[in-house]
Ligand binder design. Structure first.
Ligand code: ATP
Length: 464
């Protein structure tokens, strides 16, 4: 295991104090799935046709949340760093990429089939001494390796010469573009190339909502270092990544580091650590960190005939850099962030469900609510405030039902601030700002709202 100091606060990064575990009932997957569907975060794919396994569609609020997660990652992994640049490569690529990287041969999972009911399982995820969970019998087939890359054909003829693959990870194009990016951006070692994009894996079994998908999205960074500097870079990124999760509201005590033993590691990896999270269905990988050595650059170099090296001006040496790779799934991060945010608080009217998203991640930042809908002047003033904020922030306007119900609706989607426009607003141009977490209400001049919210969005935040 990793030494415990890895979990300590890094210098220079403000990290909120560990959050107390909420005293209310723990969130279940059923509750979260139901909220996600009801409030427009996540929908089952092709539901009107009975669904489609391993794919989910993101609704209006899910789309905003994902976009905020990706922006937060890009901000901290690319924009805030002078040593990292971005890339956006194709999902399709020459099949020679996958031959060179070893995916055609090795990107496999062990599959076992129940001979009685034909249900298929990943052999490393079930106990083969037990009976089939589907039919209750015990008649297992031989275990065979199943390649999980999706195959397709490029061009009008479906023959072996036109076979191509949907990328099962985003990083290979970072290796094939290594020289081009390094040359164009004149980067010196150590430096990183980051990419966010879709990846596809024909998983044998899918499930646990958006945890294991066949179509998903990854945020990957390949950090190139001089050989010999790889072990220290690995430690630095591990600490950085754990702290990044905590900064965005994931409780430290729910995160665990799993060091892959030698016999379980991918053949190319010198060291692999999974950052695991305590999901309701068990502790599982959220974020993988691997020391991929110089394996990928060397393979692509051999296979293509192009030198994928770095030239050290100072020493006049050619080096093949080592690569440290933090690889995070957007969908798993979204699931984690939603599970962390969910809270049910008993109150006088029953249960108040509130999503404590970090304000920068919240799909809607501000809701503007006229106290009463029938008052034309209040509605007009509220629309003016709404118009002044939208475009700058994600804002909703809501005038239906009682203000208490409207607060509840916003709490359930995690809107950090509600602006209520009332009679006093028409007299002195002040409004009430209600805070989602503390439920405190303070009055502010309407013209100061945008500055106030932008100031709050820049501040560190910790889950109540
Ligand atoms: P697992 O052991 O869960 O199959 P893995 O070790 O194959 O995962 P990696 O290849 O390390 O996963 O992928 C990096 C990250 O991409 C994972 O940590 C996860 O966040 C995400 N990811 C991988 N496979 C899936 C999937 N099928 N659905 C959703 N996210 C995924």
């Amino acid at each position: 295991m990793i030494p415990s100091q890895v979990m300590s606060t890094p210098t220079g990064t403000p990290t909120p104090a560990p959050n107390p575990t909420p005293k209310t009932a723990p969130v279940t997957m059923d509750k979260l799935v139901s909220l996600c569907k009801r409030r427009g975060f996540v929908f089952p794919s092709s539901e009107i046709y009975g669904g489609f396994n391993g794919v989910w569609d993101y609704g209006p609020l899910g789309t905003e949340l994902r976009s905020n997660l990706k922006q937060a990652w890009w901000r901290d992994f690319v924009h805030m760093r002078e040593d990292v640049v971005g890339l956006d490569s194709g999902i399709l690529a020459s099949p020679r990429v996958w031959e060179a990287s070893g995916h055609l041969k090795n990107f496999t999972d062990p599959m076992v089939e129940c001979r009685s009911c034909n249900a298929r399982y990943r052999a490393d995820q079930i106990d083969l001494s037990k009976n089939c969970a589907n039919c209750g019998k015990k008649d297992w087939s031989e275990i065979r390796q199943f390649n999980t890359m999706f195959k397709t054909f490029v061009g009008p003829v479906e023959d072996s010469a036109s076979v191509a693959y949907l990328r099962p990870e985003t990083c290979q194009a970072i290796f094939t573009n290594f020289k081009l990016v390094q040359g164009a951006m004149r980067k010196k070692l150590p430096f990183g190339i980051a990419q966010i994009g879709k990846a596809f894996r024909n998983e044998i079994t899918t499930g646990n909502f958006i945890f294991r998908l066949r179509e998903f999205e990854q945020m990957e960074l390949e950090y190139f270092v001089r050989p010999g500097e790889d072990e220290r870079a690995f430690e630095t990124w591990l600490e950085h990544d754990v702290n990044w999760l905590v900064k965005y509201g994931v409780r430290r005590e729910k995160l665990h580091l799993y060091e892959h033993p030698d016999e379980d590691r991918s053949f190319y990896s010198k060291r692999t650590v999974d950052i695991e999270y305590d999901f309701p269905f068990g502790r599982s990988e959220l974020w993988g960190l691997a020391n991929r050595t110089d394996y990928d650059l060397t393979q692509h170099s051999k296979s293509s005939g192009e030198e994928l090296e770095y030239f050290e001006e100072e020493t006049k040496e050619h080096v093949v850099p080592y690569v440290i790779e933090p690889s995070l799934g957007v969908d798993r991060l979204m699931l984690t962030v939603m599970l962390e945010a969910y809270e049910e608080q008993p109150d006088k009217d029953g249960i108040r469900t509130v999503m404590h998203f970090h304000p920068r991640l919240a799909p809607v930042k501000v809701a503007v609510l006229p106290l009463v809908k029938k008052d034309g002047a209040l509605v007009k003033k509220s629309r003016q405030i709404f118009d002044a904020l939208r475009g700058e922030l994600t804002v909703q306007y809501d005038e239906t039902s009682t203000v208490g119900r409207r607060y509840r609706r916003q709490d359930e989607i995690g809107t950090p601030w509600c602006v209520t426009v009332d009679g006093q607003t028409l007299e002195d141009n002040t409004v009430t700002v209600r805070d989602r977490d503390s439920m405190e209400q303070l009055r502010f001049p309407a013209e100061s709202l945008l500055d106030e919210f932008q100031r709050r969005l820049r501040e560190p935040w910790s889950r109540p």
